[in-house]
Design a protein around this ligand. Structure first.
Ligand code: ADP
Ligand code: MG
Length: 556
């Protein structure tokens, strides 16, 4: 396997690589680095996130800089301010022993004047967001007439964010024969269009499978009622205890709400979204990187491309609008060879989205039930026990203090002390827990114990199923489905209502849980069946014209 020193990199760069503790080039670096350094063609490189794309183009750009020429020779365009700063920092690291190479970052949300000065003082490589670069060009504050190389990093995301016009304006402001290097985790239609329009016969490099998720990431899914999303998130966080991760939300408002709730509930969380003041964003990111902050609640745009290693979890509080977005999110974890988990919280109506994602990531979701209150408490107590076991009891003051404590506890048996120890840790969970609905709740059977749900045997509940006319579901087909799914005594079915996408049927209360469990194991019309007891604990009297059925039979 080639090492970094086989690419013809200058000793100053090899020294910088050694300082960064990069031992071996990553696959994308092995392929792309020599192509950029030794060739002259345009390039489209697709690779998963966290594979080291920055160094793959950054090292050659630093090396190819002509320090004697004060003009801007390379432009790197990337979607966000955070990414812009990150790339600039990475490049500064590569150029650590090549101090003559000047690297300048220009991005929105910061005073333009200082950036203009920085450019005037001299910049060989400019790292820019498209909006700010375009502004600078329009006001003739940046001269790109001598640029030789343009890098489009996270090109798909720049297009997703609506930077197409800016990108096209910039690309038409650089000399026509500029070499274009495009990097992306996914190849969307928009990326292909830009490549087709502005690149000449580019070489294409695909590392790993297109759009494939990282190898080290496992994907888990929790199905909940929409209203249980937040309590489910809390249960998941409490159960896993030491989560260091990003909670992805779809909108700024949702980000703020979830972050505020988590903070109120005592979690070490904060929000990151595009409309925060820049200083605030920087402060939050700094805390998160330093691990002073455990949970970053963020929109896709704000967290895009951020290189924070060792995240244990990525949590999709809500799925992204585009299934491709999931790849980017889950790619935040499982980096640098470490294992990570990507968790998705979905409601019943969103479950179908998982199939599309599974096709893209070429992996299947592990379906999990939301941890019960009991699971959470056990996990917390065991965490505490671990800490207890790890303590060093050799402290000199400890022995002298023991008699006082022993005396104070004299009236209690060790068992009672132990109980209170458990209580001390668990009480807050018991007190705060608002409870989750039956379907969300992991321990489903509990919900059907007498008293947990008002109603008597023989009462009917309405159940919803994620199939309808568009799946060619008919009452007869539904009954056949239920027949096949269940064993044992006859199940009396009530009113059946077939709608376009979702249908419902009435079933006896005592059979509902089993039906739910057995039906959700099957598929219909190529689709995973989702069933739930309709919200609102609908209990109806037995329907007078109830369909009756027995094992293997049709309906009357
Ligand atoms: P990408 O842009 O492909 O998502 P980055 O360029 O941000 O990935 O790199 C991800 C992480 O891997 C960074 O922390 C970077 O410092 C590290 N890294 C890059 N190349 C190497 C290497 N050859 N050996 C070890 N770590 C590396
Ligand atoms: Mg990158």
């Amino acid at each position: 396997m080639p090492n970094f020193d086989s690419f013809g990199l200058a000793p100053s760069l090899l020294q910088a690589i050694a300082d960064l503790n990069f031992e071996k080039p990553t696959p994308v670096q092995r392929k792309v680095l020599p192509m950029i350094l030794g060739g002259s063609r345009d390039l489209v490189a697709l690779a998963q996130t966290g594979t080291g794309k920055t160094a793959a183009y950054g090292l050659p750009l630093v090396q190819m800089t002509d320090q004697a020429n004060p003009a801007i020779q390379a432009v790197i365009l990337c979607p966000t301010r955070e990414l812009c700063m990150q790339i600039t920092k990475d490049l500064a690291g590569f150029a650590k022993h090549t101090p003559g190479v000047r690297i300048v970052a220009v991005y929105g949300g910061a005073p333009v004047r200082e950036q203009v000065w920085a450019l005037q003082r001299g910049a060989h490589i400019v790292v820019a967001t498209p909006g700010r670069m375009n502004d600078l060009l329009r006001h003739r504050n940046a001269d790109l007439s001598q640029v030789q190389r343009v890098v489009l990093d996270e090109a798909d995301e720049m297009l997703n964010m609506g930077f197409q016009e800016e990108l096209e304006a910039i690309l038409s402001n650089v000399p026509e024969d500029v070499r274009k290097l495009l990097f992306s985790a996914t190849m969307s239609k928009a990326v292909a269009a830009i490549a087709g329009k502005y690149m000449r016969n580019p070489e294409e490099v695909v590392v790993g499978q297109r759009n494939a998720g990282s190898e080290n990431v496992s994907h888990e899914c929790y199905k909940v009622h929409a209203k249980d999303r937040y309590p489910a998130l809390k249960r998941i966080l409490d159960f896993h205890r030491n989560v260091y991760g990003i909670v992805f939300c779809r909108t700024r408002a949702e980000t703020q709400e979830v972050a505020a709730n988590l903070m109120r509930d005592g979690y070490n969380a904060d929000a990151l979204h595009g409309e925060m003041m820049q200083e605030q964003r920087d402060a939050v990111m700094k805390k998160f990187r330093a691990r002073e902050l455990q949970l970053l609640v963020a929109t896709d745009v704000a967290a895009r491309g951020l290189d924070v290693t060792h995240l244990t979890h990525v949590i999709n509080y809500n799925l992204p609008d585009e299934p491709e977005g999931y790849t980017h999110r889950s790619g935040r974890t499982g980096r640098a060879g470490k294992a990570g988990t990507s968790i998705v919280i979905v409601n019943m109506r969103e479950e179908f989205k998982l199939r599309t994602i599974e096709q893209i990531i070429k992996k299947t979701f592990i379906h999990k039930t939301v941890p019960t209150l009991r699971n959470v408490c056990e996990s917390q107590i065991l965490g505490l026990v671990e800490r207890l076991k790890g303590l060093d009891t050799a402290h000199p003051m400890l022995d002298s203090m023991l008699p006082v404590v022993t005396a104070a506890l004299a009236e209690m048996t060790p068992d009672e002390v132990l109980k209170r120890f458990v209580l001390l840790e668990c009480k807050r969970f018991w007190d705060e827990d608002k409870g989750l609905s039956e379907v969300t709740q992991g321990d489903r059977h509990q919900a059907f114990e007498p008293g947990a749900r008002r109603g008597n045997p023989g009462d009917m509940v309405t159940m919803e199923i994620n199939l309808g006319r568009r799946n060619r579901l008919t009452p007869a087909a539904l009954i056949t489905l239920i027949n096949r799914a269940t064993r044992g005594p006859m199940v009396r079915l009530g009113k059946i209502r077939i709608q376009e996408q979702i249908s419902s049927f009435e079933a006896p209360l005592e059979a509902a849980t089993d039906l739910e469990a057995s039906l959700t194991r099957g598929t219909f019309d190529g689709r995973k069946i989702g069933v739930r007891i309709a919200p609102g604990d609908t209990i109806t009297a037995p329907h007078p014209h109830a369909h009756s059925r027995s094992k293997g039979g049709g309906h009357s």
